[in-house]
Design a protein around this ligand. Structure first.
Ligand SMILES: [Zn+2]
Length: 315
């Protein structure tokens, strides 16, 4: 058994309500923790199933085949071929609906968030405030986080606090869009993953994730730059310079010579161009962005003073 019970319930909940846990999936998790979830209404046992999947490559034309009781046994009957009948055990017939609100309440309580989690939108709850002064949300599905207006909604609930949302692992572009808006996303796996029985969030992963948010995000195609959560409007030439400097990070020398920069920019003076880039990076904020572009001596060169993890160069 590799997946924990909390991990299994969260994974099944991603598909939305109603999420069903089948008896066969539940069987390895039988025990006190499982009974407790039934008592607390996180799992609600359904009536024994009356339908079963049709056999693979069957030509019966049914969506589901009926379950019948024959000689004290439960059979999933194939209407075209008796040899394809399946004998079902008790675990096959059982199923449990996962109550999403009760599941989130369980997680909140186990993680020390005393109050009832408040629903923000379908599949999204506000859990409360972390000790690191972040407003913490939990989304059971990816789509819930991606729905229009979600970013604004979470920010308004958080008031002025920075936002962290726990959600199923997001695609890189969605994650970047949220990071743009200053929202830190932590995957459920990272903070709830290998907790054998408990539903407690590992709060240390939240702070760690927030600390590793990239300071600088560059979108090459969209020609957009977000620095410290604020969009900077950078004209074509200095933007191009920023991209090549970012590309040079982690490369052989890590910097560009004035000669290389001039070659990239049809002969425009390097010092002038670097000055312009620094000005646009620090726009509106005293000094915060200008020192990202550093000068080195012998040989002279320019480099982006960020480690590979501190910025994100998007296609
Ligand atoms: Zn069949």
């Amino acid at each position: 058994m590799t997946e924990t019970l909390p991990g299994l319930l969260l994974r099944l909940s991603e598909a939305g309500d109603p999420a069903i846990l089948w008896g066969r999936q539940a069987a390895p998790h039988a025990g006190r923790d499982f009974e407790r979830l039934l008592d607390r209404g996180v799992l609600i046992e359904q009536a024994p199933t009356a339908e079963w999947d049709v056999c693979p490559a069957c030509d019966c034309g049914l969506d589901a085949r009926p379950v019948q009781q024959v000689n004290g046994q439960h059979l999933a009957v194939c209407p075209t071929d008796r040899r394809s009948d399946v004998v079902l055990g008790d675990d096959d017939l059982r199923s449990f609906r996962i109550d999403p609100s009760a599941l989130v309440r369980e997680i909140a309580a186990a993680s020390g968030f005393g109050d009832e989690p408040s629903p923000v939108a379908a599949c999204v709850w506000h859990l409360g405030q972390t000790s690191g002064q972040r407003s913490l949300f939990l989304a059971l599905s990816r789509d819930a986080v991606r729905q229009p207006g979600m970013i604004g909604l979470m920010r308004s609930v958080a008031r002025s606090l920075p936002v962290t949302v726990i959600a199923p692992a997001m695609a890189a572009n969605d994650q970047a869009r949220l990071a743009d808006a200053g929202i830190s996303v932590v995957s459920m796996e990272a903070c709830l993953g290998d907790n054998a029985a408990g539903f407690a969030i590992d709060l240390s992963t939240l702070e760690a994730a927030a600390a590793f948010e990239p300071r600088l995000v560059i979108f090459r195609q969209g020609k957009r730059v977000i620095l410290d959560g604020i969009e900077r409007h950078i004209p074509q030439q200095p933007f191009k310079l920023l991209v090549v400097l970012a590309e040079a990070v982690g490369g052989r020398s890590g910097y560009l010579t004035p000669h290389q920069i001039e070659a990239e920019n049809s002969g425009r003076g390097t010092a002038d161009l670097v000055r312009e880039l620094r000005r646009f990076l620090s726009e509106g904020r005293q000094g915060s962005g200008a020192d990202l572009i550093k000068t080195r001596r012998s040989p002279t060169g320019y480099f982006l003073a960020l480690a590979p993890g501190e910025f994100d160069l998007q296609p």
